[in-house]
Design a protein around this ligand. Structure first.
Ligand SMILES: CC(C)[C@H](C(=O)O)[C@@H](O)C(=O)O
Ligand code: SF4
Length: 757
């Protein structure tokens, strides 16, 4: 018999296949995790879980921790300890908790006095911790950044952080393959940030839901590693689980010689393997998007979702041009929040603050490109008088040092920018760097959600070069004017209406699961119901349902940053939808649905807009819903990480077609109760109308009905994990963690150990 012809595979397929530890039938796969990055916000409850169960961190050699979100970015000259330096008590408690945890569990840590400290997604690549072909996770949605190296990198919630710390694996369902190809020649003055904003404008914030995106085409090939990282970073803003670029010589040159990359013979072996990591020529992608490089101009956002983009040459869109009512009301809502009038030229939007930083744009090339614009504006160029404050926050201590060696800090300071220490800073303002209500900011970060940079603050996303141009001119400005670009080149100055960019996503929505629950047990080896359980069971839920007519409800909206500073999973009921329930200017209760009777007692949320729970990986979102009393959310679609996090907490996200959501929302608006029955997979209505059936993933349904806990299930596969680890050490020896001295660091089993990196 002829040997079976191997199926052509995508890059994602190859990495996925190489990491399967165990899989039963069509159920989720247990995949091995090569690299785990940890920060202070999403880890305290995970370490607490380990401590309570008496479990060690399985692979301290593959785990790296730092502090970034909470820390002040003020001068650290007098720094002696985090506990004396950080003034805000909750931020201090979270940083100190991480410091205690890494000591107790023996995890390598870059603290505030270490120049290697920085934003978690900056330091992984900088140290060579991130490598091609690996699986990489972090309790942070922008873990997608690391996909720039040709790795499968994605954000997870705190329960999954605990799962990885304990088992070095995750239970995952394979995503779809999507390829975004950008071919052609970028116009002068157009950067990787413009490219990714343009992509999100086209496919929408839900365009990549359920997918891993591979970026292909001459534009990404021609990009540096830093530019590729900026693109992959924002994959999550397009709804994708992960984004990746196949590794090539650019990748290998970037990695060569970094502290944690393999050396000598191991390097050669690794590069030979890495060269095989590309999609086969005839590999099939579920979704393909093709974009012409020449169509992209410097791009900014005007609204409160990263898909609300416009070319800098454009105007603010008019809601009246939208026929779809949910879409129209979301544009109206955005414009009201952003205090913008339809038809206003984007270049006429005056700003109050500028933020250059974040895991999207705080690398050395970003700082150079911003400094170049400042220099190009003339030797005496200064931040415009109407700009109250402009700050530059390097992504890591090493980048800061590098920039200072090049004199970039002097350029910025001379022009009136503040030059800060590394951290997340005003990207989300968990530290004191925040906008005040009503302030408008030109920001190189990745999210323009309501209240993201401070309650009532207004964010316009753009590239570092565009941010520098905005700082100097005091309003959003076409950077090409400073760069001496010939504005007569084709399409440079063409006025494009933002509406042209506001197409509905061009992609088909993810297909609903086709497997009926009744047949599930036959094809999936489901765990027995008597498996140790730790989670709350979900069978039938009856109660008041609250209607919510908003699309793209992001997790910043569900629970804003100030409530992420907790060390617990509970006490978050009042934090739920805080900025919608409290007026940011007066702090009075608003008339938001959950403030009104009978919805203060809601157990179910019915959302008519798609993409509920998009954005950040904060598990605090389901925790706060659950604390409020809501254990099921019904919506046309969900952000991937939110859906996982909800399931990890015994909650049920139900996907229904938009029309059904609208019907149920009408019942909810009439104050009628609903009954969500997971066993029968239907939603019963308390009027005379028929029940509405829904699909549920068979494995997850089984776990919810029986209150099964993922970690307990995975620990039953200990021998499969051990076998995988042995094979991994033999085939990919460079994946076992090596220290700075080139020593192999032994795997921590029962006892925590101190590492000497
Ligand atoms: C704190 C963390 C959970 C969050 C994320 O997952 O993205 C943060 O980094 C953000 O950018 O909102
Ligand atoms: S998006 Fe902002 S807050 Fe989140 S990790 Fe990146 S810099 Fe930090």
């Amino acid at each position: 018999m002829p040997a079976p012809v191997p199926k052509p595979r995508t890059l994602y397929d190859k990495i996925w296949d190489d990491h399967i530890v165990h899989q039963d039938g069509e159920g989720p796969a247990l995949i091995y995790i090569d690299r785990h990055l940890v920060h202070e916000v999403t880890s305290p409850q995970a370490f607490e879980g380990l401590r309570a169960a008496g479990r060690p961190v399985r692979r301290t050699d593959c785990t790296l921790a730092t502090v970034d979100h909470n820390i002040p970015t003020t001068v650290r000259k007098n720094f002696t300890s985090a506990s004396s330096f950080i003034e805000e008590p909750d931020s201090r408690a979270q940083v100190v908790a991480l410091e205690d945890n890494v000591k107790e569990f023996g995890v390598t840590y870059f603290g505030m006095s270490d120049r290697r400290q920085g934003i978690v997604h900056i330091i992984g690549p900088e140290q060579g911790f991130t490598l091609p072909g690996i699986t990489c996770v972090c309790g942070d949605s922008h873990t997608s950044t690391h996909g720039a190296f040709g790795s499968l990198a994605f954000g997870i919630g705190t329960s999954e952080v605990e799962h990885v710390l304990a088992t070095q694996t995750l239970l995952q369902k394979k995503a779809k393959n999507m390829r975004i190809t950008v071919d052609g020649q970028l116009l002068e003055g157009v950067t990787s940030k413009d490219v990714v904003l343009h992509i999100i404008g086209i496919i929408g914030t839900a365009g990549g839901t359920g997918c891993v995106v591979e970026y292909a085409g001459s534009v990404f090939r021609g990009f540096s590693m830093e530019a590729r990282m900026s693109v992959c970073n924002m994959s999550i803003e397009a709804g994708a689980r992960a984004g990746m670029v196949a590794p090539d010589d650019v990748t290998f040159e970037y990695l060569r010689g970094r502290p944690l990359v393999p050396k000598g013979e191991a390097w050669d072996k690794a590069v030979a393997y890495w060269r095989s990591l590309k999609s086969d020529d005839d590999a099939k992608f579920d979704i393909e998007v093709n974009i012409r490089a020449e169509d992209i101009v410097p791009t900014v956002t005007w609204g409160t979702s990263p898909q609300d983009v416009a070319p800098i040459t454009g105007v603010v869109p008019n809601p009246a041009n939208y026929t779809d009512s949910v879409k129209r009301s979301s544009v109206e809502r955005s414009l009201k929040y952003m205090a913008l009038v339809p038809g206003t030229r984007i270049e006429d939007i005056v700003i109050d603050k500028v933020f250059i930083g974040s895991c999207t744009n705080s690398r050395i090339e970003d700082l150079r490109s911003a400094a170049k614009v400042v220099l190009a504006a003339g030797p005496d160029a200064k931040v415009a008088p109407n700009v109250k404050y402009a700050m530059v926050v390097p992504g890591s201590g090493i980048i800061k040092q590098h920039a200072e060696a090049e004199g970039l800090d002097v350029i910025f300071k001379r022009a009136g920018f503040d030059w800060r220490e590394a951290g997340c800073s005003m990207c989300l303002g968990m530290n004191p760097d925040q906008l005040s209500p009503g302030e408008r900011c030109a920001s190189t970060s990745n999210r323009n959600f309501e209240g993201r940079q401070g309650a009532g603050g207004r964010t316009h996303l753009l590239s570092p070069a565009m941010a520098a141009a905005a700082a100097i001119s005091g309003k959003l400005t076409d950077v090409r004017k400073y760069l001496g670009v010939d504005m007569n080149q084709p399409s440079s100055l063409k006025v494009v209406k933002a509406d042209e960019f506001l197409t509905d996503p061009v992609l088909p929505s993810p297909e609903p699961a086709s497997t009926a629950a009744s047949t599930a047990a036959a094809i999936i080896d489901l765990p027995p119901a008597e498996t140790p359980s730790g989670a709350e069971k979900f069978t039938v839920l009856k109660g008041i349902a609250a209607p919510l007519n908003i699309e793209n409800v992001d997790t910043d909206m569900i629970i804003p940053k100030q409530f992420l500073k907790t060390l617990k999973r509970t006490g978050l009921a009042n934090a739920l939808f805080y900025t919608l329930r409290k007026d940011p200017y007066t702090n009075e209760d608003t008339d938001f649905v959950l403030n009104r009777e009978p919805y203060t007692k809601a157990k179910i949320l019915v959302v008519t807009g798609k993409n509920f729970g998009c954005g950040s990986s904060r598990e605090h979102a389901p925790w706060s819903l659950s604390d409020f009393g809501i254990r099921s959310v019904i919506a046309p679609s969900f952000g991937d990480i939110f859906r996982n996090n909800a399931l990890q907490n015994g909650m049920l996200p139900v996907v229904l077609p938009e029309a059904d959501c609208r019907t149920l929302a009408e019942d909810a608006a009439a104050g009628l109760e609903l009954e969500v029955d997971l066993e029968r997979q239907e939603i019963r209505r308390t009027n005379e109308n028929p029940a509405i059936p829904f699909e549920a993933d068979p494995f997850r349904r089984h776990c919810l009905l029986n209150g099964l806990d993922d970690i307990a299930l995975t620990l039953q596969k200990e021998s499969a994990i051990e076998e995988f680890e042995q094979r991994r050490s033999a085939v990919w020896p460079w994946l076992d963690g090596f220290g700075y001295q080139g020593k192999k660091i032994p795997v921590a089993q029962a006892k925590a150990r101190k590492l000497e990196w």
